[in-house]
Design a protein around this ligand. Sequence first.
Ligand SMILES: *Cc1c(COP(=O)(O)O)cnc(C)c1O
Length: 389
Amino acid sequence: MKTATRLAHAGRHPSAQHGMVNPPVYHASTVLFDSLAALEASSADPFAGIHYGRNGTPLQFNFENAVAELEGAYGAVATCSGLAAITIALFSVIESGSHLLVADNVYGPTRKVCESILRPLGVTTEYFDPTIDVKSLAQKFTSATRAVFLESPGSLTFEICDVPALADAAHAHDIPVMADNTWATPLYFRGLEHGVDISIHAATKYLVGHADAMLGVINCTEAHYMPVRRTMGLHGYCAGPDDIYLGLRGLRTLGQRLPIHQDNGLQLADWLAQQPAVSRVIHPARSDHPQHELWRRDFTGASGLFAVQLQPVSRAQIEALVDHLELFGLGFSWGGYESLILPVNPNASRSATRWHDNGPTLRIHAGLEDPEDLIADLEAGFKRLAATS
Ligand SMILES: *Cc1c(COP(=O)(O)O)cnc(C)c1O
């Protein structure tokens, strides 16, 4: 089946749902068993089926199976947020004394998990340049290394990793590769086909797609599926039933939404590249991006998130630009139907490399609005910037 067909049909079984098109939401804690023997049988492996609300409901399994099908994973595990998905993936492979190799461009809170939660438990993290070559990465492996964690592209600075090459090197040492694949979604980067063992999504972003739920999902190879599932259940980071419903519903239109995010993003990027106040646009699908060729080789599309670096401008000029935009919201997250703009400071969450900027960096999420209206909004903003000192 083609992706568009899967998006319409995965994770629902109308004949088992009284003919209703969509699966029901199960609000559940207690699961009742017919007999003591049945209760004991279920308890032998509480993560194998329907056992207790925290360990999974039929709707959750529908959502997980749909996402796994889209990325070609053996199985998927849903969590209560994207950050919980990252935490669970890491906890599924570590023990005290473990060593992690984490790309320097990862989402800031991923680094905080490594530093504030894992380091005090005796798990050390070494950060590396996301554009590292295979040999240099291999030199960092130790007998305690339990994972290589990538984010390609990084969600502030948009470097693309050579995922298949890095994965080959890691696998040669039996080290699994995790990747935060939120930017591309399972549609535009099939992580498992490119050597990723655990592909992590903040479903909060494009899968939900409407800025109205927190949700994570972890796509796994067979070897990692049960360890991840158990770790999710043991930590109790289960996703809420209504949020899972919104995630499954979001999937139905993902194939229509993403190409619009992509087109709008590229139109905005092209327009921004011509503005005198912009020193460079950072978008993997543009030919001036340093790893554009890797993006072309491995990805089948681009989502709507990218960055621009401005010429040196004052704080007042930035405020003049962003404070009075009518369509671009000023706020965290992305992946919803609406456009966003956010001044970011990449060097605040880097340690192995330095992000070279001569002026402020703005991260832009292109929503589903008409691109002409979005450009008019930015145009007025850049006029205000130019009129301010
Ligand atoms: C937002 C985000 C997350 C975390 O997702 P939440 O659902 O907000 O916890 C993880 N990785 C990336 C790249 C993100 O943008």
